[in-house]
Design a protein around this ligand. Structure first.
Ligand SMILES: Cc1cc2nc3c(=O)[nH]c(=O)nc-3n(C[C@H](O)[C@H](O)[C@H](O)COP(=O)(O)OP(=O)(O)OC[C@H]3O[C@@H](n4cnc5c(N)ncnc54)[C@H](O)[C@@H]3O)c2cc1C
Length: 383
């Protein structure tokens, strides 16, 4: 495994950083304040192939490796994590399962449109009684002629307000002898696919996270992803991949907060000298810098394992657990270094601080990541 990103990776970083600083930085605070997703940004990101990061070229994607994909999300999130969230959820947990488990026909029907951003994807597992316990979904799917008819309420759907397609996890034939978990590719235009209100969130406010109501929603049988009964397996495999993206998002937030803190510490004078000359502030910055570097190594290691085609679920969980912890710690210290100004919306660190928290919650809470990691620790095969 190569420890330093290659020249190709650094070029990708440079290009995404330029995009983020010119297109996202001027609007990031405003879209957070107004809780609106910047639709005009979608067209710009489409042109850069950000919606088909790992999709093969035959479907119009960029066919990037996983480290490059993480770098894209990291750099977007360094400036605007809510837009980074849109991109990572679309690529990591909507496109990826279609690519991995879709039939030839499903790929032909959806992959090109997802890859070019004509369709924005969402992943819809969580319900009121099914959060960490992903196997407890109560949304039902009943077969009627050539369709499945879905009924239920999904909550906390990232991209919910703008998605054109959502992967819906449901209990198939709930009244039958053998109810099974299934995943359905549901287009937002299907009858009975109803969007709920956008959630009023603490952070990631510019992402239209919403509920989805499935009201006799008719999904053609050919839109079942994988086999009937594979729903939980597909969900868990997909989340292994998604966690790399959330780790990248957390890392980007930590990097952005670190840079803001360094800048402020050099500018802010107290006791007639910059606060950066105080040993305590230097210690904070040294710890933040070290933790961000360690988080990056853990993340790129998970990416490299995935690209080598070996199992990476434990390493993805470790990366997500650690990067999200670093993100909450570093953004909190960045606020501390800014003093009272860090608690004001005048400075970006206030937004980073709010955005970072949820990286410890979604796509599996930190407690669930520890369960995944502990399973590996306790298995002799993994040590
Ligand atoms: C902004 C945002 C966006 C989201 N986007 C999506 C999305 O796109 N798609 C989607 O499907 N979901 C999404 N979610 C939902 C998210 O994945 C869940 O909130 C998360 O999995 C936790 O589920 P829960 O909220 O029901 O908490 P619960 O499962 O009720 O957990 C509550 C607490 O109990 C702990 N806990 C639960 N079980 C255990 C256990 N066995 N051992 C130890 N501790 C435990 C948890 O770690 C947590 O601390 C999103 C959430 C948010 C806030």
């Amino acid at each position: 495994m190569q420890l330093n990103p290659s020249m190709k990776h650094e070029l990708i970083r440079k290009s995404v950083r330029h995009f983020a600083e010119t297109e996202l930085a001027p609007i990031a605070a405003e879209i957070d304040r107004d809780a609106v997703f910047p639709r005009s940004i979608i067209d710009k990101m489409r042109a850069l192939n950000y919606f088909g990061l790992q999709v093969p070229r035959e479907f119009g994607g960029a066919a990037l490796d996983t480290i490059s994909t993480a770098i894209v999300v990291e750099e977007l999130s360094r400036v605007c994590a809510a837009v980074g969230l849109c991109v990572t959820v679309h690529n990591g947990v909507a496109v990826y399962p279609v690519l991995r488990f879709g039939t030839r026909e499903q790929k032909q029907q959806y992959l090109s449109r997802l890859a070019n951003g004509e369709m924005i994807g969402a992943f819809s597992l969580t319900e009121a009684n099914a959060g960490s316990d992903a196997g407890s979904v109560e949304t039902t799917a009943v077969k009627i002629n050539d369709d499945y008819v879905l009924n239920g309420t999904k909550i906390f759907v990232t991209n919910g307000g703008i998605c054109d397609l959502a992967l819906i996890f449901a209990l198939v034939d709930p009244e039958g002898a053998r109810p099974a978990n299934g995943v359905f590719i549901a287009e937002s235009g299907f009858p009975g696919f109803v969007r709920g209100e956008v959630e009023n969130l603490c952070g990631m406010r510019a992402n239209p996270v919403s509920s989805l109501f499935l009201e006799d929603c008719r999904v053609p049988e050919k839109n079942i992803l994988g086999k009937k009964g594979d729903g939980l397996k597909i969900g868990l495999v997909t989340l292994d991949n998604g966690r790399i993206g959330i780790a990248a998002q957390a890392l980007g937030l930590a990097q952005g907060a670190l840079e803001a803190a360094v800048k402020y510490a050099k500018e802010r004078h107290q006791f007639k000298k910059p606060i950066s000359s105080q040993q305590t502030i230097q210690n904070y910055l040294a710890d933040m810098f070290t933790e961000v570097a360690a988080a990056r190594l853990l993340l790129y290691r998970a990416c490299a394992l995935k690209d080598e085609g070996v199992r990476f679920g434990t390493e993805a969980a470790m990366a997500k657990l650690y990067c999200s912890k670093v993100a909450t710690g570093v953004t909190s210290l960045a606020v501390q270094i800014h003093g009272g100004y860090g608690y004001s919306k005048e400075y970006d660190v206030e937004r980073y601080f709010r955005d970072a928290k949820v990286t410890e919650i979604y796509e599996g809470t930190s407690e669930i990541q520890r369960m995944v990691i502990a399973r590996a620790v306790l298995s002799e095969m993994r040590l």
